[in-house]
Design a protein around this ligand. Structure first.
Ligand SMILES: Nc1ncnc2c1ncn2[C@@H]1O[C@H](COP(=O)(O)OP(=O)(O)OP(=O)(O)O)[C@@H](O)[C@H]1O
Ligand SMILES: CC(=O)C(=O)O
Ligand SMILES: [K+]
Ligand SMILES: [Mg+2]
Length: 479
């Protein structure tokens, strides 16, 4: 068993720059915990190949690497631009059209047919993550006439945002459900829902999978104003949250993003819901070997805010330095986490907040484990788990020792790969004495020595493998 020297988890978007076996292997060795497949790009056959390849290499390296399918949702995109990039000049006039044409001569095709109903005179329209801004002047049949307020180069398939306008399509599209079918067939369980607005959207996908007899792990992407407003109800229904700052930073005023990030992370931490901070974290490393000071600080601040995982998009999908970017992220995490160990303010705040919210037995166990970690020189926390609940509860306090989560269930291990300070380990089906098994493993891996102190959490032996039953805390001194 190899433990990294940072506890923040790293999510990498896989794309042309990272799809070879060699790069994937180096990404995993550099610290990739979760591979994100963005189903907005590539076809299902490409994704099938990637799933097989990632699984094969993870197995060779004996490492849990989760695969996360990010569904397109109703993301609006421009179509194909003939001579890329199309340069949009400030003050000039362009036409967005739903006609089936290629982009040329200031005419830009858009795939979302109802855009002509969504916008009216005065509606702001953003392209390419908000870098280009248009102002709607008039809608004539299938054409939207616009002034360019902020210009720039436009490439094919870039996103289009309409903050403040009503989007006339359900956040969960037919295409999304087809991809869920595909993912379930390929043995995936983790799905990211793009542009959701309410708990109903999450429930729809969960019920859809349940109707096929499958459990899914849902990562709700917060990238619309309504999702920010409905964060409490969305958190209750979701298994994880992603702060998808790319679209979020256009859908809400960009100056609100930092505080929304802190607020959502805090709420997710209290509920033991893992949270991923995404987009532009080390963006300049797409082309450069070093990040900017602001980017390095952004990664560190997200960790200090309490994020479980940090995510790379273009940096690993299409960047020049995918492996170096992951190494950089790991170094920033390592350095930042060392600082966190010197503060207990977070622990006290978390304890008070949890005690105000009707704590359960599991909440109290997690508080006691973390209290013990502050007072005693504990080496590891060992949490045999069925659903992953116990390690998640303990992890939310951001402990400075590893929580070793042993599970018989491969999907539980994958789902724990995005959890701060939790190291999932796939255990054999046959284990019945967890204490004996884990002690043997730690000894043979030379991870413990005589006199070391460990904590083991245990549930009632019900024989049903029913999750949620952890009610014992045991201190073990290594003989
Ligand atoms: N599988 C892929 N194939 C080709 N390019 C990809 C792939 N995945 C990502 N990219 C590229 O990397 C960039 C950043 O990736 P990212 O996943 O953030 O996509 P996005 O298009 O901005 O949309 P989203 O809002 O869904 O994240 C994209 O603009 C795209 O050019
Ligand atoms: C990741 C993503 O979808 C975003 O940042 O918008
Ligand atoms: K997507
Ligand atoms: Mg997005």
């Amino acid at each position: 068993m190899d433990l990294p020297d940072h506890k923040t988890k790293i999510v990498c978007t896989i794309g042309p720059a990272s799809s070879s076996e060699d790069v994937l292997r180096r990404l995993i060795l550099a610290g990739m915990d979760v591979a994100r497949l963005n189903f907005s790009h590539g076809d299902l056959d490409d994704h099938r190949i990637m799933i097989k390849r990632i699984r094969k290499i993870a197995k060779e390296l004996n490492k849990v690497v989760a695969i996360m399918a990010d569904l397109p949702g109703p993301k609006i995109r421009v179509g194909i631009i003939e001579n890329e990039p199309m340069m949009l000049e400030r003050g000039s006039h362009v036409v967005l059209t739903t006609r089936d044409v290629k982009g040329a001569d200031s005419v830009i095709p858009v795939q979302y047919k109802q855009i002509t109903e969504s916008v009216t005179e005065g509606s702001p329209i953003y392209l390419n993550d908000g870098f280009i801004q248009l102002d709607c002047k008039s809608v004539v049949d299938e054409d939207i006439h616009c002034d360019v307020v902020v210009g720039g180069p436009l490439f094919s398939k870039k996103g289009l945002n309409l903050p403040g306008s009503k989007i006339l399509v359900n956040p969960i599209t037919g295409r999304d459900l087809e991809i869920v079918d595909f993912g379930l067939q390929e043995g995936l369980s983790i799905f990211c829902l793009s542009f959701i607005e309410s708990r109903e959207d999450v429930i729809q996908v969960r019920n859809y999978a349940a109707s096929q007899g499958k459990d899914v792990f849902i990562v709700s992407k917060i990238e619309r104003d309504n999702a920010v407003k409905n964060i409490n109800e969305i958190l209750k229904e979701s298994d994880a949250i992603m702060i998808a700052r790319g679209d979020l930073g256009v859908e809400i005023p960009i100056q609100h993003v930092p505080i929304v990030q802190k607020d959502i992370i805090h709420k997710a931490n209290l509920m033991s819901t893992p949270v991923i901070t995404a987009t532009q974290m080390l963006e300049s490393m797409t082309g450069n070997i070093r990040p900017t000071r602001a980017e390095a600080t952004d990664v560190a601040n997200a960790i200090i805010d309490g994020t479980d995982a940090v995510m790379l998009s273009a940096e690993t999908a299409v960047g020049k330095y995918p492996v170096e970017t992951v190494q950089m992220m790991a170094m920033i995490a390592h350095s930042t986490e060392k600082w966190r160990d010197h503060t207990t303010i977070g622990l006290e705040m978390m304890k008070k907040a949890i005690q105000r919210m009707h704590p359960t037995v599991e909440d109290m166990i997690s508080i006691q484990v973390n209290d013990a970690l502050r007072s005693l020189p504990v080496h590891f926390v060992i949490t045999p788990t069925v659903s992953g609940e116990t390690p998640r509860h303990i992890s939310r306090f951001r402990p400075d020792v590893w929580v070793l989560a042993f599970s018989r269930y491969p999907l539980t291990c994958e789902q724990l790969a995005m959890q701060y300070a939790v190291h999932p380990v796939l255990a054999s089906e046959k284990v019945d004495d967890w204490e004996e098994m884990t002690m043997d493993l730690l000894e043979t891996s030379n991870m413990i020595e005589s006199g070391d102190l460990l904590i083991l959490t245990q549930g009632q032996v019900s024989g049903h493998g029913k999750p949620g039953g952890t009610n014992l805390l045991k201190f073990i001194e290594v003989k």
